[in-house]
Design a protein around this ligand. Structure first.
Ligand SMILES: [Zn+2]
Length: 486
């Protein structure tokens, strides 16, 4: 009997090892397609100077209800008209929501669904006290050391300008798109995008416009971030995480601190936050992160490749590992971040309440309702209330087998031949969420090249784009208009 079980187990183990090895060894990168693409000639320095001038305008979004930099947006609109005269002459332009721009390039075949190329003109403010840390002042648009410096060179004036550079180029070259192409530039993305992108999407919906895809800011080309993969990776985000801000309020009896209860409002609140940090939402591997790992596995070192190629068996191991990291944890989990805490006014007075703000980024597959239920269960204290301050659900996950995804990937392959192309999940938010009902698919990608230190430039200090990279981005859009438009 024992012998039989032993033999049986041995056969199973041998078979298992064979399957694992087979899956690992046969997981190899796809072959690259041949292309007739020849890189267009553009005047890189002239384009850099145009971006520089746009960066000098302080189109800052402060808060949802805050003042709008109306004059600066007006100046930017005028600048764009003068920079791109063919666009101004030939495309139909509308101003939406006060300051957002929608350009329409009519296609020859009205039966084809349209494409929307997106960007936003507003920027975030400079954090007070960090002005001195900029190598070149944040609104100087300085052209130094092969780069354009300033707020908006990465997020996201560069894509507004680069898309218009591409449209101007292709209009002059006589491109005749079959499908209608829209260029949609919001003015309030950094504060939610309701007035800009929200109203543009509503307008197009009311007109019954059919849209195959949108392409917006989101993910980029990164190098030196994925363990064991040396080549730069272009991540096309198929989805973005949701956003939820909760306010926790602990209440207690007030009074003099000389006769305190066992637990004050501050103590209750602290306990609640500690509980939330210790009991995070469960980790899970879901699309589009699974799409990403499936795509990247062939390029990874053998150990990692073996685990990913055999997810059917080793998924719990993989999820456990990913859940430990910082950025990788954010890919497999709804994250929890306590960001503000307030309570008490005087050292000898018991506070009647204390408040904390906790920000969650919701993984596709979880919902606002799931998070609120998890928080209530975890805190489990009737004297601590939970209130939703702000929230939007995670986006749906777009297709990575659609014709439009293939065209975007093809364009990356042609214009940035050194990169690996992969689906991805955007951890922050974008205007794309407003276009979910309107378009079949929403993609989020700009071919900006990022090293490990460049991420902190976005919304941070020393934001800048290398001029060589900016030229690549313009060429990517020039080719994308051709590949997706005709
Ligand atoms: Zn942005």
């Amino acid at each position: 009997m024992f012998k039989k079980i032993g033999l049986f187990s041995l056969i199973v183990i041998v078979a298992l090892v064979a399957v694992l090895a087979f899956n690992t060894l046969t997981n190899s990168p796809p072959e690259t397609a041949t292309s007739n693409f020849s890189s267009p000639e553009i005047d890189e320095m002239a384009a850099a100077k145009r971006l520089s001038q746009a960066v000098q305008l302080k189109t800052i979004s402060v808060s949802k209800d805050g003042p709008i930099a109306a004059d600066e947006f007006e100046k930017l609109h005028t600048l764009l008209n003068s920079f791109f005269p063919t666009v101004a002459a030939k495309l139909e332009k509308q101003i939406i929501g006060g300051h957002s721009l929608l350009y329409k390039w009519e296609g020859s075949d009205p039966s084809l669904p349209a494409a929307i190329f997106m960007g936003h003109m507003d920027v975030v403010p400079i954090e007070p006290g960090t002005e001195d840390r900029w190598e070149h002042p944040p609104f100087s648009g300085a052209i130094e050391n092969g780069a354009v410096w300033g707020r908006g060179t990465l997020d996201d004036k560069l894509s507004v300008l680069a898309l218009l550079e591409a449209a101007e180029f292709q209009l002059k070259a006589g491109l005749k798109p079959n499908r209608t192409l829209y260029f949609a530039f919001g003015h309030d993305e950094e504060v939610g995008g309701d007035n800009g992108a929200g109203n543009i999407a509503k307008l197009l919906e009311s007109q019954g416009v059919k849209v195959a895809f949108t392409i917006d800011e989101g993910m980029v080309v990164v190098q030196g971030i994925m363990p064991g993969v040396e080549a730069p990776i272009a991540f096309i985000a198929l989805a973005e995480k949701g956003y939820l801000t909760l306010e926790l309020t602990a209440t207690a009896k007030g009074g003099h601190s000389s006769i305190p209860p066992k637990e004050t409002a501050v103590g209750k609140l602290s306990k609640a936050i500690t509980a939330l940090e210790a009991n995070r939402m469960p980790a899970a591997l879901r699309r589009p992160v699974t799409d990403m790992f499936d795509t990247l596995a062939p390029y990874m070192p053998t150990k990692l490749k073996a685990v990913i190629s055999n997810r059917w068996l080793l998924e719990p191991v993989l999820v456990g590992q990913l859940g430990k990291g910082g950025a990788t944890n954010a890919m497999v989990r709804t994250t929890t971040a306590a960001t503000i805490i307030n309570g008490g006014t005087k050292d000898n007075v018991l506070p009647t309440s204390a408040k904390a703000t906790v920000n969650f980024r919701i993984l596709p597959g979880n919902s606002i309702g799931d998070v609120v239920a998890h928080v209530n269960d975890t805190v489990n204290d009737p004297s601590v209330t939970v209130e939703i301050k702000q929230g939007n659900e995670p986006s749906r996950v777009s297709s990575h087998t659609s014709e439009s995804y293939k065209q975007i990937a093809k364009t990356i392959g042609e214009t940035l031949p050194d990169v690996i192309i992969s689906p991805g999940l955007m951890l922050a938010g974008s205007d794309s969420k407003h276009y979910e009902k309107l378009a079949e698919n929403n993609y989020r990608f700009i071919p900006m090249r990022f090293g490990p230190k460049d991420l902190s430039r976005v919304h941070g200090t020393n934001e800048r784009i290398m001029i060589k990279n900016y030229a690549e981005i313009i060429k990517f859009y020039i080719r994308l208009l051709e590949n997706t438009g005709t």
